[in-house]
Design a protein around this ligand. Structure first.
Ligand code: DQQ
Length: 535
């Protein structure tokens, strides 16, 4: 089936076949990036959880290695669930993972490399004293999972965070350990947010308020903020907030309680879940991984033989200009896949127009675009669309005075299939405007088994800034970044006609009251080498 084959990505990480979900225990070790993932070796559906393992020199080209962890002990018979790595200063690696028993009880266990002199870390050993930790009173034993990476306190003591819930309050608990084998629960919760439900895959890490560099997980002190991220189980969405972590009291406090974890900002307003960061000592950066789920049916996944894709790893930095959000941006190594490029300079698009951008086949692209909106129209507009909201709007077809304008990707020549990614400006009588960054899936596919929504949120656009976006298009995945990564939307698209040579790219301006000018640079992208490792 040509349509289904087309959906497989060319430069995103996917196993050869079957189901993949959460990223697990990413690390950089002896020149190699190691990536583990929730993997069902048997079927393209969730279940039979094991840890797949793959290595890369550059986070783009990958070699598949044998399974790192399989379900073979009484305490993980029902599955090896997610976990994180802590790299100790003496070179040892502590991999904490979640084991699930036949009775569905979740407990933490420890694994470590069998041979630290092997840069590929092919073999993993489970600690004979496993399991090492079970749910404390008040926490359900079926909802006790996903240890974070450890951070150092002092005197040989480390801390790890684990998400859970008390009634309907989402919580992050913290344990102390010296050896990653015995743990003590701290009385003080790291944080709790009412009505957010179960927190999965909690991540806590420092970001610099001054620098361009990422920080190692244990760094704290002046000029450091801490990001707390929780994967909200009920919504299957990753929320974060920026705050301060006090090592003394073990309390994390959000800068803005109205944008607390689970009720404020998301890393990505599309399909993006169970993310996990790691510190990359090679390039002194913090990198976040996350998986993106299929939006088509299980029947289609079974036919394809695979399900789900990892997003391109993204660097994470505090936005120096706003101070209120992080910036997520594809690692620079993805640019090594750029082939020939086309540039379009100051293309005008009048109100209600669509302009073809001839880039040849538009299935593997890296697009950088900046837009300027007609100044007179912007200033002359008194009030427009103050109640706008991407998700409840009519998508790219709903016309306002100052938007939507942007790009149509994975589109057919006659636009019968198209995925618009766009800005929409709302303006108040006080002269202030608010910009939305949205993606409209509603016409992305003629297939009826695909979930289609309008996604997106507001994005800060500061005085003097143009409207900028970057898109990575790779067959069935579109990753989009606005204003340098202040707001991101990842989506999956399943065109039935806009495939192979029929996939086109357009500029569009569906505003009624303003023309726009766009400048773009568009690269055709090479495929990455992602294949089994042979010694
Ligand atoms: N997926 C894992 C769990 C985790 C969830 C199981 C998040 O460990 O809580 O596949 O997607």
């Amino acid at each position: 089936n040509a349509q289904l084959s087309w959906q497989r990505t060319a430069f995103h990480f996917q196993p050869e076949r079957s189901w993949m979900s959460d990223p697990d225990g990413p690390i950089f070790y002896k020149g190699w990036y190691h990536f583990f993932y929730q993997y069902n070796p048997d079927n393209p559906v969730w279940g039979n959880n094991t840890w797949g393992h793959t290595v890369s020199r550059d986070l783009i080209h990958w070699l598949y290695l044998p399974l790192a962890l399989a379900a073979d002990q009484w305490y993980d018979m029902q599955g090896v669930f997610s976990g994180s790595a802590t790299c100790l200063p003496d070179g040892r690696i502590m991999m904490l993972y979640t084991g699930v028993t036949k009775e569905m009880v979740e407990m933490l266990s420890l694994a470590y490399p069998a041979d630290l002199s092997d840069p590929l870390l092919v073999e993993w050993v489970k600690y004979p004293g496993n399991p090492i930790l079970s749910a404390p009173p008040g926490v359900s034993p079926t909802e006790f999972r996903d240890a974070s990476t450890g951070w150092y306190v002092s005197n040989g003591t480390w801390r790890i965070a684990i998400g859970a819930k008390y009634n309907t309050t989402g919580i992050a608990m913290v344990y102390e350990t010296k050896d990653f084998k015995s743990f003590k629960l701290l009385e003080e919760l790291l944080h709790a947010v009412p009505d957010t439900g179960l927190w999965e895959c909690v991540d806590l890490y420092p970001v610099s308020t001054t620098g361009e560099k990422g920080l190692e997980t244990s760094v704290n002190g002046p000029k450091v903020k801490h990001v707390l991220k929780a994967s909200i189980d009920e919504q299957q969405r990753d929320y974060y907030a920026i705050g301060t972590y006090d090592l003394g009291t073990n309390k994390w406090t959000p800068d803005n309680p109205e944008e607390d974890v689970g009720i404020g900002l998301r890393y990505d307003w599309g399909k993006y879940y169970a993310s996990k960061t790691f510190y990359d000592p090679k390039k002194q950066r913090r990198v976040v991984w996350a998986w993106t789920k299929e939006l088509d049916s299980e029947v289609a996944d079974r036919e394809k033989g695979w399900a789900n894709v990892q997003t391109i790893p993204r660097t994470v930095l505090l936005d120096q200009k706003t101070g209120t959000n992080v910036l997520l941006w594809p690692v620079e190594e993805v640019e090594s896949l750029r082939l020939s490029s086309k540039e379009f300079s100051k293309v005008k698009a009048g109100a209600g127009s669509v302009v073809p951008l001839d880039v040849g086949t538009a299935t593997q692209l890296d697009i950088i675009a900046e837009f300027e909106i007609d100044k007179e129209a912007l200033e002359g507009t008194i009030e427009a669309d103050m109640g706008y909201n991407c998700t409840t709007s009519g998508g790219a077809a709903e016309r306002g005075v100052l938007g939507p304008f942007g790009l149509l990707v994975s589109a057919t020549e006659n636009l019968s299939e198209q995925t618009p990614v766009y800005f929409y400006i709302a303006k108040g009588t006080d002269g202030n405007f608010k910009t939305f960054f949205c993606l409209d899936e509603s016409r992305s596919s003629k297939a009826s088994d695909v979930s289609k929504q309008v996604k997106g949120f507001t994005v800060p656009v500061l005085d003097g800034e143009k409207f900028t976006m970057r898109l990575l298009v790779d067959h069935s995945i579109v990753e989009s970044f606005a204003q340098g990564g202040r707001s991101c939307i990842t989506s999956r698209v399943y065109p039935t006609e806009a495939i192979y040579g029929a996939a086109k790219l357009f500029l569009f301006n569906n505003a009624t009251g303003a023309s726009i000018t766009a400048s773009l640079k568009i690269w055709e992208m090479n495929s990455a080498f992602i294949q089994p490792f042979h010694r």
